[in-house]
Ligand binder design. Structure first.
Ligand SMILES: [Zn+2]
Length: 251
């Protein structure tokens, strides 16, 4: 397994908390021993190794993230939105927290709950601490409207913004096959570069975070970095990335 992901290891503690069925499913998804058409064919159990939806070879990678018919039918969207909802909930709690005023923030060195404080010799720079009165929209079920002054047809999955501080954070989630997280990151980064430039030209401070949670449930490092930048650190962040949005949830 050569996934460039920090959280790919399943710890004993985690296994201990899982129900037997989920353990089995998780391990089988990681080691590709689930009964995909391709595997069933290899085991001599079926004649055709093809995907029932499109006819291409039915490997697990294909079924979970590569089937064009499943994509058109919105089968992957359901899963994407489930992960998105979870991330949105975490960010929504964070953006509602009372922030120190900008002047206070400049004077005080503060340490978040759950942090040791050792690494905070210089002032921390969480994005949400830089502004106030943060709003948030997530692209779940309804059309996302970008704040005034920025016109775009692009719809990032989550937008957090402060009108008074003229700051905007765009978060775009992809749920790819684990090995394709880096590729997805680069693709999404490029897709939104122009929008970020437009925001900045209109006088907004803008940040973009493409994040990936692999379709077998393993969050990429980009998720960790985004949470950190937004100020979700310590225990809260650990809990967030340890959440397994695995395919076990899907069946
Ligand atoms: Zn297919």
């Amino acid at each position: 397994m050569k996934w460039n992901l920090p959280e790919r290891k399943i710890t004993w503690a985690e296994l201990w908390r899982m129900e037997p069925f989920r353990i089995s499913f998780m391990l089988r998804s990681v080691y590709d021993t689930l009964p995909s058409p391709s595997n069933l064919h290899q085991w001599g159990l079926i004649e055709e190794p093809s995907c029932k939806l499109c006819g291409e070879r039915g490997t697990m990678a294909h079924l979970l993230s590569g089937c064009k018919v499943a994509l058109t039918q919105g089968r992957y969207r359901w899963w994407h939105d489930k992960v998105l909802k979870h991330l949105a909930e975490i960010l929504d709690i964070e953006r509602r927290k009372k922030r120190p005023s900008t002047t206070e923030a400049k004077q005080i060195r503060f340490v978040r709950e759950g942090d040791t404080g050792h690494a905070t010799n210089s002032q921390q720079h969480f994005i949400l601490d830089k502004g106030s009165e943060w709003n948030m929209r997530a692209n779940i079920g309804k059309k996302l409207v970008f704040p005034d002054g920025v016109h775009t047809t692009l719809r990032p999955d989550i937008v957090v913004w402060s009108q008074s501080s003229k700051m905007i954070v765009a978060i775009e989630l992809t749920v790819p096959w684990e090995e394709r997280c880096e590729e997805a990151y680069q693709r999404k980064k490029e897709k939104y570069t122009e929008l970020m430039t437009t925001c900045r030209e209109r006088g907004w401070k803008a940040w973009l975070f493409p994040v990936e949670v692999g379709c077998r449930g393993f969050p990429a490092q980009s998720v960790w970095r985004m949470l950190q930048a937004m100020g979700i650190v310590g225990k809260a962040r650990k809990t967030a990335v340890r959440q397994r949005y695995g395919i076990a949830e899907m069946i």
